[in-house]
Design a protein. Structure first.
Length: 312
C-alpha cells in the first residue's frame, strides 16, 4: 500500500532519512531496509540520481577505508583468499551454465546471473552485458535477482556468522566470497566488526579485478566485440591509500577520521541501494531466474564456508 505525499514532502522525508544514515544510530542492514520501505511505501523522488550517487559514494568510501589499513596485512589477506576466489568463480560459472539449461532459462540471462554471482554483482553484469550484447530486459532481470539476494544477504550473513561463532577474519573472508555486490559485502562486514570489514574489502576488491579476464573470456564465448573493457580503476586508488597510510606518518585525522567518515558514507550508500529495490522489480525477475540465482548463491556460500571452517 502506497502513501500519497506531495513531491516536496516526499523529498524532505527522503533527505531526512538519508541524513539520519550519517549518524551512528543507524546500522547498515537498517539503512537498506529504510531505503526499501520508503521507495515502496512512498516513492523515491530522486530515482534518476540515486544510481549514479551510489556508484560514486561506494568508490569514495572504499578508498577512504584504505587510509586505515596496513599494506602487509592487506597483502597477506589477499593471498589467503586467492585460491578460494579462483575455485568459486570457476565453479559458479560452470554450474550456472548447466543449471540454466536445466531450468530452461535464456542463455544470456543465465550467464549474466552467473557472472554477477561469481564476481561482484551488478558491476560484473554491467561489464559482461556490453560484451555479450545483452538486451535491456535480460540485464534488468539479472540485476533484479542479484540485488534481491544482496538485500537478503545483508541480514542473513551477520546472523549466521554469530550463530556459527565465526571469527572476524573468517567472516570477512566468507562475506567477500559469498555475497555479490561490494556494497552489501561491506555492509554485512561493517555490521560484524572492524577486522571483518578490513578483510572483506581487501578480498572483494581483489576479486573484482577478475572482471577483466571474465570479460575477455565472454568475448570468445559469445563472439562479441567491445572497444574497451571496464576496469574498476578506483581499486588502484584504494591500494594507493593503503600504501600511503602504511609508509607515511599521517595524523589521526587521516588514519582514523577518514575511515570513520567512509564507514558512515557506506551506511548512506546502502540506504540508497535499498531505495532502488522495488517489489515490482523482484516480481518482474520471474521465478526461474531467482531459483538459479539462489541455487548458485547457496552453493558458493556453503562451499566457501566449508573451506573456511575445515581447510582454512
Amino acid at each position: 500500500m502506497r502513501i500519497n505525499l506531495s513531491s516536496a514532502v516526499a523529498k524532505a522525508l527522503f533527505i531526512i532519512l538519508a541524513l539520519l544514515c550519517l549518524s551512528p544510530f543507524i546500522s547498515s542492514p537498517i539503512a537498506l531496509l529504510m531505503g526499501f520501505i520508503v521507495t515502496n511505501v512512498v516513492y523515491n523522488p530522486f530515482k534518476q540520481y540515486t544510481g549514479k550517487i551510489v556508484k560514486w559514494l561506494l568508490k569514495i568510501s572504499i578508498v577512504g577505508l584504505g587510509f586505515g589499513m596496513n599494506l602487509n596485512k592487506t597483502l597477506e589477506v589477499g593471498k589467503e583468499g586467492l585460491g578460494l576466489t579462483i575455485f568459486t568463480i570457476v565453479t559458479v560459472l560452470i554450474l550456472g551454465y548447466f543449471l540454466g539449461k536445466l531450468l530452461k532459462i535464456d542463455k544470456g540471462i543465465a550467464y549474466l546471473i552467473s557472472s554477477g554471482t561469481a564476481i561482484c554483482g551488478g558491476s560484473a553484469i554491467a561489464a559482461v552485458s556490453a560484451v555479450v550484447k545483452a538486451k535491456e530486459n535480460q540485464i534488468s532481470i539479472a540485476l533484479g535477482v542479484v540485488f534481491f539476494l544482496n538485500a537478503v544477504a545483508l541480514f542473513v550473513f551477520p546472523t549466521l556468522g554469530h550463530l556459527l561463532n565465526l571469527s572476524q577474519a573468517d567472516f570477512g573472508l566468507w562475506s567477500a566470497v559469498a555475497i555479490h555486490d561490494t556494497s552489501s559485502v561491506v555492509g554485512a562486514a561493517l555490521a560484524y566488526g572492524e577486522e571483518a570489514l578490513d578483510i572483506a574489502v581487501t578480498v572483494k576488491l581483489a576479486r573484482a579485478l577478475w572482471i577483466i579476464p571474465l570479460t575477455i573470456v565472454s568475448m570468445f564465448l559469445f563472439k562479441g566485440k567491445t572497444d574497451s573493457i571496464k576496469i574498476p580503476w578506483f581499486i588502484f586508488l584504494f591500494i594507493a591509500a593503503v600504501v600511503f597510510s602504511s609508509y607515511v606518518d599521517l595524523p589521526n585525522l587521516v588514519t582514523v577520521g577518514i575511515p570513520a567518515v567512509a564507514k558512515q558514507l557506506l551506511v548512506l550508500t546502502l540506504f540508497l541501494v535499498g531505495s532502488g529495490l522495488t517489489i515490482q522489480s523482484i516480481k518482474e525477475s520471474g521465478l526461474q531466474p531467482i531459483v538459479l540465482g539462489s541455487s548458485l548463491w547457496i552453493v558458493i556460500s556453503v562451499t566457501s564456508l566449508c573451506y573456511i571452517l575445515f581447510l582454512h
